[in-house]
Design a protein around this ligand. Sequence first.
Ligand SMILES: Nc1nc2c(c(=O)[nH]1)N(C=O)[C@@H](CNc1ccc(C(=O)N[C@@H](CCC(=O)O)C(=O)O)cc1)CN2
Ligand SMILES: Nc1ncnc2c1ncn2[C@@H]1O[C@H](COP(=O)(O)OP(=O)(O)OP(=O)(O)O)[C@@H](O)[C@H]1O
Length: 201
Amino acid sequence: MNRQQKQQLRRHLREQRQSLSAGQQQHAAFQAMRHLQRLPVFRQARHIAAYLANDGELSTEVILRRIARSQKQLYLPVIHARRDTVSMAFHRYRLRQHLGRNRFGIDEPGSRRLPARAPHSLDLVLLPLVGFDRRGSRLGMGGGFYDRAFAYKRRRNGRRNPALVGLAHSCQEVERIPGDDWDIPLDAIITEQGVIWTSRL
Ligand SMILES: Nc1nc2c(c(=O)[nH]1)N(C=O)[C@@H](CNc1ccc(C(=O)N[C@@H](CCC(=O)O)C(=O)O)cc1)CN2
Ligand SMILES: Nc1ncnc2c1ncn2[C@@H]1O[C@H](COP(=O)(O)OP(=O)(O)OP(=O)(O)O)[C@@H](O)[C@H]1O
């Protein structure tokens, strides 16, 4: 798939999720929490990275609250700009901690942020998706941030940690997302309808 086709698909799928009603969003968030709670990988995880929903993404609010009330530690993506490279790190997050807006208009832990944790030492990452297919290919916002953070997983004998579980509305599923060399496959996808296993977990 060339860049232009990918852009077009991205635009279409973003419109789909943006057009969901508040009621549909709430329903999806609650169901996703139910499905997530049943996963052994979630029950066993101690260090979990999630995201703050934006642009119609599946809301993580109930999930964040649940994690915050448990013994598990929560992390959020923070965009870091250093000279000419922009990258993403996962910083510890506590509910009601001060948030700032990043360059994409998404809330993230602000200037007094807690320490970051290396991607490979997280147990579970809940990824925001623009689109996905049943094989575990994902389409993101186009920054390549998650692909770069977990690029080490592609290498032979590379670490397998953490488990990568995408969260999306079922309307974001497509038949097939043609992969690029750098794409990192998902282990599972959770929608309001249930868990989709990609046979990697
Ligand atoms: N909630 C949430 N947080 C997240 C992500 C995400 O997808 N969702 N990210 C996941 O990586 C990172 C931010 N990545 C982003 C990358 C691009 C744009 C963006 O707004 N891009 C332009 C053009 C995109 C395009 O090429 O079509 C735009 O929409 O105007 C936003 C976020 C980190 N935090
Ligand atoms: N491992 C990598 N090393 C260098 N560049 C990369 C790597 N992975 C992705 N990129 C770059 O990131 C750009 C965006 O990739 P892509 O369109 O697949 O993003 P995405 O998966 O939709 O976004 P995101 O991961 O932020 O949600 C690509 O143009 C690619 O050049």
